[in-house]
Design a protein around this ligand. Structure first.
Ligand code: SF4
Length: 445
C-alpha cells in the first residue's frame, strides 16, 4: 500500500528549510506521495526514516530484470491478486529448455526453432522470451559449450540451470551472455551462489523444498545482500504448485510478507506437449512470472501466448488500432471501402476476411475508444455524423473515385443518416465479418 502524504511527513525532519525544492517538509511529503519527488532530495532524512519509507514504498512484489538491452525481461512489480482489480503488469516470460546433453547440431537446431517462435496477433508481436540451458549432463565443460552455442545463435536472455557454481560462473563469462538468471540457490549451495550472483550482478533463483523452507532460505540470501530474487517453492505437481504460488502471491500482496515479495518461476512436468501447454496456461494464470517448458512447437506455444496476451491486457483499456484508412492489398481508386471500429479484435477479424476476398480494399477504422461495433453504437461512439466526419478528415474522397461505403450490418440503422451526413451511397454489409467474402463476391467481384 502506498503511503499517504501525512504518513510520509511524520518521518521527515520537519526543518522546513526548502533545500529539497518545495518550501516545507509537508509540501515535499505531498510531492513524494504523488511520485513527483525523490527521497534523495532531502539531505537531512535519517537512515531509520529512509529505511521505513523505502520499505513501505516498495512494491509488494519486487521488480527483477533478466538479460540486458532490448530483449531483457522484466518480471514481478505486480500489485494485484486478481487481474480484474486493476491489471497485471509484466507478462509471464515463456522460457524454453535446451539440455547440454544434446549434440551441438541439435542445440543449434533447437535454438533456431526457439528464435522463430514469434507471432503477430491483433496487431501485436509476441514471442518466447528466454532460453533455459540445463546442465543435464552434470559435466561443467558440456554446460559451458552448450551455453556458448546458444549464446552464439540467439540474442534471448538465458536461465542457467546447474547446481555447480563453477559451471555457472564460467557460463556467465561467455560472450553474449548478459545478466542471466542463475538457477538456483538451495540449502546446500546458497552462500556460494549468492556470492556469485552478487559479484556478477545477476538475478538469482532461490529453490526451497516447501514454502517454509523457501521463506527461510530467502531471508538468508537477503541477509547476504542479494535482493533481485526469483522464487521456486520446489513443487512439481500442478495442484501443489498452484497452491504454493497462490499462497506466495497472497502473502506478498495482502500481508506484505517480504520473503515472498519476488517473482515466481515454474517448471512444467507433463510429458505430453498438449498437457504441458495446459499446465503452463494454469501457471500463467496463477501466478508464474517465468515458466520453463520443453516443447518448441508453434502449435503448442501459440495458444499459450494467446492466453497470456488476454490475461495481461488491461481490462479497462481495449486493444485498439490506429484510426486511419487501412489498405489491404494493392489498392486502387476503384477499391471498395469498408467501415468498422478501431477495436483490435473487430478490426483484425474484418481485415482477415477482407484479405480472404482477394479484392484489394480500404478499411476505415473509426476511433471508438477501442469498442466493438455494437458496444460503440450503444455508447454513442459510432454514430453517422462521427463516421462522416472521419471520412472527411482522412480524405476518403481523394483516395477513391466512387462514392460507396460498406457499413457493418449490425448498425444498418445508421445507413440513412450516414448517407445524409456524408453524401455517399451506403451499402449495408454483413452482420458478421465471416460473411464478408461472400458479400464481396456479390458486390465487388
Ligand atoms: S530538505 Fe528535508 S528538512 Fe528541508 S524542507 Fe525538505 S524535507 Fe524538510
Amino acid at each position: 500500500m502506498a503511503l499517504t502524504g501525512l504518513e510520509i511527513y511524520k518521518q521527515l525532519p520537519k526543518k522546513n528549510c526548502g533545500e529539497c525544492g518545495p518550501p516545507t517538509c509537508l509540501a515535499f511529503a505531498m510531492s513524494l506521495a504523488g511520485g513527483k519527488a525523490s527521497l534523495d532530495s532531502c539531505p537531512y532524512v535519517s537512515d531509520e526514516a529512509r529505511a521505513t519509507l523505502e520499505s513501505a514504498a516498495a512494491p509488494p512484489i519486487a521488480k527483477v530484470i533478466v538479460g540486458a538491452g532490448e530483449n531483457s525481461i522484466t518480471m514481478g512489480d505486480e500489485t494485484e491478486l486478481f487481474r480484474h482489480d486493476k491489471k497485471f503488469y509484466h507478462e509471464t516470460a515463456i522460457t524454453l529448455r535446451v539440455s547440454d546433453a544434446l549434440s551441438d547440431e541439435e542445440i543449434v537446431a533447437r535454438t533456431q526453432k526457439i528464435n522463430d517462435l514469434v507471432f503477430v496477433r491483433v496487431g501485436l508481436e509476441y514471442r518466447v522470451q528466454a532460453i533455459a540451458v540445463e546442465n543435464a549432463s552434470g559435466d561443467a565443460d558440456k554446460f559451458v559449450a552448450a551455453v556458448t552455442t546458444v549464446a552464439k545463435n540467439s540474442g534471448l536472455p538465458l536461465v542457467l540451470i546447474s547446481d555447480n557454481p563453477d559451471a555457472i560462473a564460467k557460463a556467465i563469462d561467455i560472450e553474449g551472455v548478459n545478466k542471466p538468471l542463475i538457477y538456483a540457490a538451495t540449502n546446500d549451495n546458497y552462500e556460494t551462489m549468492t556470492k556469485l550472483a552478487i559479484e556478477r550482478n545477476c538475478p538469482l533463483a532461490v529453490k526451497g523444498d516447501n514454502l517454509d523452507d523457501l521463506a527461510s532460505l530467502v531471508e538468508k540470501v537477503v541477509a547476504l545482500g542479494k535482493k533481485d530474487l526469483v522464487l521456486d517453492p520446489g513443487a512439481r505437481s500442478l495442484s501443489r504448485a498452484i497452491a504454493d504460488f497462490t499462497q506466495i502471491r497472497r502473502q506478498a500482496i495482502k500481508k506484505k510478507f517480504r520473503p515472498f515479495g519476488y517473482p515466481i518461476i515454474a517448471f512444467t512436468t507433463a510429458e505430453d506437449p498438449l498437457e504441458e501447454t495446459a499446465e503452463a496456461s494454469a501457471y500463467v494464470s496463477k501466478y508464474a512470472s517465468m515458466i520453463v517448458m520443453n516443447t518448441v512447437e508453434k502449435a503448442h506455444i501459440l495458444p499459450l501466448l494467446s492466453w497470456r496476451q488476454n490475461l495481461y491486457t488491461d481490462p479497462q483499456v481495449p486493444i485498439r488500432v490506429e484510426e486511419k484508412l487501412h489498405e489491404v492489398g494493392n489498392v486502387t481508386p476503384d477499391s471498395p471501402v469498408y467501415i468498422t471500429t478501431n477495436f483490435s479484435l473487430t478490426y483484425y477479424s474484418v481485415e482477415g476476411e477482407v484479405e480472404a476476398t482477394k479484392i484489394p480494399s480500404y478499411i476505415l477504422a473509426v476511433d471508438t475508444d477501442g469498442l466493438s461495433v455494437l458496444t460503440a453504437y450503444s455508447d454513442g461512439k459510432f454514430e453517422a455524423d462521427k463516421i462522416a466526419g472521419v471520412m472527411k478528415k482522412l480524405g476518403l474522397e481523394e483516395k477513391v473515385n466512387h462514392r460507396n461505403i460498406v457499413l457493418p450490418g449490425l448498425v444498418a440503422v445508421l445507413s440513412g443518416k450516414l448517407e445524409e451526413e456524408s453524401g455517399w451511397n451506403v451499402i449495408v454489409g454483413p452482420r458478421e465479418a465471416s460473411a464478408i467474402p461472400a458479400f464481396a463476391k456479390t458486390h465487388f467481384a
